[in-house]
Design a protein around this ligand. Structure first.
Ligand code: 99T
Length: 205
């Protein structure tokens, strides 16, 4: 399998975390590409018409995207057990994954506003609104932290990855002060091998 990948991407990292959890990491050849919405990559566009990473090219030549689809595919193929099969725990795991991905979506949109948009067209109201989205989501995770603190599934792994992404791109964001329970959980949960082995290089101790 070939994975269009970037070390900075929290979505690509989620895929690799699941691959590690499932024992499939060695079967994935990573193809690192850099891109933004206005600097697309032709090879990637062939396999994902949306031009986003991650995209996984299977051995039969077909491709899968986005990270949620790829992660569940790997979990099924590797029998990872990261997706509760029934009941409320399934929906809470999937909803936490959506919350974590939404934190990354908002953080990336705020980042692109400063990185990609021409300076004279930038709008601080947009950036602030995106940051408010991820701050509200972090506050919600702080409130529910006792409910998921002892759980390892696609939801909690995604939350840990989103928190690392905030650290990576928004080092000045004082989320630990605002979310002490989440910070304590993150510090402990982040010791899992799958998370340690996929940490963005700039964040490694
Ligand atoms: O939007 C684009 O055209 C290029 N951006 C991406 O490909 C980002 C890279 S993270 N990926 C996604 O937005 C994928 C989201 C999708 N819902 C999924 O796979 O879950 C780059 C982060 C950074 O550089 O800081």
């Amino acid at each position: 399998m070939k994975l269009f990948f970037n070390p900075a991407s929290p979505y690509a990292r989620k895929v690799m975390v699941v691959a590690h959890e499932c024992g499939l990491a060695e079967q994935i050849e990573r193809i690192a590409i850099g891109l933004t919405p206005v600097n697309p990559n032709d090879d990637l566009n062939t396999d994902n018409p949306l031009g986003k990473i991650p995209a996984l090219v299977l051995d039969n030549g077909s491709s899968l995207y986005d990270s949620r689809v790829i992660a569940e595919y790997l979990d099924t193929r590797g029998e990872g057990g990261l997706y509760p099969q029934a009941g409320d725990s399934r929906w809470q795991a999937l909803r936490r994954q959506a919350c974590a991905d939404g934190i990354c979506d908002a953080a990336i949109l705020a980042r692109y506003e400063g990185l990609v948009r021409p300076e004279e067209k930038r709008w601080s109201g947009w950036t602030d609104a995106q940051k408010n989205k991820f701050r509200r989501a972090l506050a919600a995770l702080e409130a529910e932290c006792p409910e998921f603190a002892d759980t390892t599934d696609i939801g909690t792994l995604s939350v840990a990855i989103a928190l690392d992404y905030i650290d990576f791109r928004y080092a000045d964001e004082a989320w630990r002060e605002a979310c002490p329970s989440l910070a304590a959980w993150h510090s402990e949960f982040g010791n899992r091998d799958s998370l340690r082995n996929t940490m963005p290089a700039d964040l490694k101790a």
